[in-house]
Design a protein around this ligand. Sequence first.
Ligand SMILES: *[C@@H]1O[C@H](CO)[C@@H](O)[C@H](O)[C@H]1NC(C)=O
Ligand SMILES: *[C@@H]1O[C@H](CO)[C@@H](O)[C@H](O)[C@H]1NC(C)=O
Length: 254
Amino acid sequence: MAWKGTSPLLLLVWFAASMCGARDRTDLLNVCMDAKHHKTKPGPEDKLHDQCTPWRENACCSVSTSQELHKDNSLLYNFNWDHCGKMEPACKRHFIQDTCLYECSPNLGPWIQQVNQSWRKERILNVPLCKEDCQSWWEDCRTSYTCKTNWQKGWNWTSGSNKCPAKDVCRTFESYFPTPAALCEGLWSHSYKVSQYSRGSGRCIQMWFDPAQGNPNKEVARLYALAMNSRAVPHGVGPLLLSLALILQVWLLG
Ligand SMILES: *[C@@H]1O[C@H](CO)[C@@H](O)[C@H](O)[C@H]1NC(C)=O
Ligand SMILES: *[C@@H]1O[C@H](CO)[C@@H](O)[C@H](O)[C@H]1NC(C)=O
């Protein structure tokens, strides 16, 4: 049942917000974006490959997408991680995990935006990535090499896969991305925004999680959808209700 595990207080606010005439934002929950390889609807995928297995219970990616994205120069995007020599495996696993989240997660609805791109109709913008997930990505990649800060544009594609344009020299990640935020936010044109919240807080999206405890991002999407929902309530009643619920929760627990 969809409501299982939801705090009664959040439920109460949700209900109150609905009573106040807010639009039901269930269209933000359990959805797949309209992009190059996503399924139209999320569903179980028992055989998801390797690092994408956390999404087996409910995924927007197919088995073949999950297999392909683990390959160098995968056919999904012909994107070459090793454009400045070999990317360290410790670094590459973060890029694979990032791609698993992008292709497989059914919990990115609150951050989906329409775009006019030839290869996709929708993208994600400012997904609040848990700060530790960004930090470890940056730390594990410091010593690998790249030639650009935004990997979504400006490559030389004449050979079929991305090559560094002549003017952009290969240097360490650290010199192109001086901070974790420079990496996680800059890399894919602000698909991510580094959250001030930590893994396990229920307030940021985790790239890495243990599926034995369920998918923590489901609750995060619900919380943000609710916040967007309450913003739609007239006369600022929604934010008031949400704040009230959070205060109550702190008060009751503390
Ligand atoms: C996409 O392009 C169409 C027509 O060219 C335009 O009407 C629409 O506003 C554009 N959408 C975005 C998100 O830029
Ligand atoms: C792009 O790469 C090709 C070889 O693959 C090269 O001939 C060409 O000069 C490059 N263009 C730029 C702008 O770097």
